[in-house]
Design a protein. Structure first.
Length: 65
């Protein structure tokens, strides 16, 4: 390989690595409050969502009335 082609290949690999890193950081920040980090394919997420709704004070009914 010529020197110029080697630098192009290295540049492409580094650029792809940086793009992937930025995407993962964005994904982590976007789903920081989600216990499953954006996974939508399991029943565990629904169970956790229901448990959180049970514990949330906004969802509790006023028992004084």
């Amino acid at each position: 390989m010529s020197d110029g082609l080697q630098y192009v290949v290295i540049g492409v690999v580094v650029a792809l690595a940086v793009i992937y890193m930025v995407w993962r950081i964005y994904h982590i920040i976007r789903h920081s409050n989600d216990p499953c980090y954006g996974c939508e394919g399991c029943a565990l997420k629904d169970m956790k969502r229901k448990e959180k709704a049970k514990k949330c004070p906004k969802n509790l009914q006023d028992t004084n009335n």
